[in-house]
Design a protein. Sequence first.
Length: 319
Amino acid sequence: MKSLSNEIKNLELETLENIKHSRAFNTSRAYKSDFRDFVIFCNNLNKNSIRPEIKDISLYLTKLSKENLKFSTIKRRLVSIVIANRLKGHHIDTKHPVINENLKSIKRKIGSIQIGKKPLSLEDLKKIIISINTNFKIHKNRKIRDKALLLIGFAGGFRRSELVNLDFQDIEFVNEGIKIIIKRSKTDQYGEGFLKAIPYFLNSEFCPVHSLKHWLSNSYINKNSIFRKISKSGNILENRLTDQSVALILKNHMVNANLNPTNYSGHSLRSGFATATANLGADERSIMAMTGHKSTQMVRRYIKESNLFKNNALNKINL
């Protein structure tokens, strides 16, 4: 009987772990942070954050609407409340009029347009690479790594997490360029994986394949993480770069290239790829094959942005 009890307890613990890891780490972290804010709100009003009253949830949403938050953030806060309560076995009806009608009103007041980080243009990427090549203050190892990181990140339309999690075992150099296996990504939580292919560029100075080869041969990396931290003295360390490192590296080199890094992030490499290729005539299916987007919504947004001036009605005016 005791053995059966222990087995059930172990199964319960494993089930809780499965539930905990059912979402991407960054998504789970955001939900936890969001729910903590709701807990503070409830504690201040002496209300329950688990099995809360519908009215209290709606009051919280109204409070958020006055804090200059994006509508998408307010909706995510609501989702965090729903998930936290669902894990405790409690259902929250988000379609209840007290919540639903309030959300509609908030949406009308503040709007729902999403202003994302700026995409990195092809021209600015080239300026950054030229700046890295000519900057004698940067250690050789850091220059070679950063060039490979930025060029591969841009050319592959990588998410930051995909980029820093690349291992030597995930890549294969072929005659046409390089094949890269993405073991897991934000839209592939079950680890089915997919393949990216990056061809050689005509200009080797801006070629991601040449740059990656150069980094691997210079660093002698032949297993495990590809993009690693580098000490102040220029020594290549064993531990891999973090998500945040990608943004910091990009912004630092933008400053060195006399570019304004404001409103740019690690995601600017990915959105830059999508916008640049859309501007050059790539169709949404080809873009999605590289980025791994499951929905056309975001890709179409990139295409629409790239066409703002190309298909502008004002182009018909000749003054």
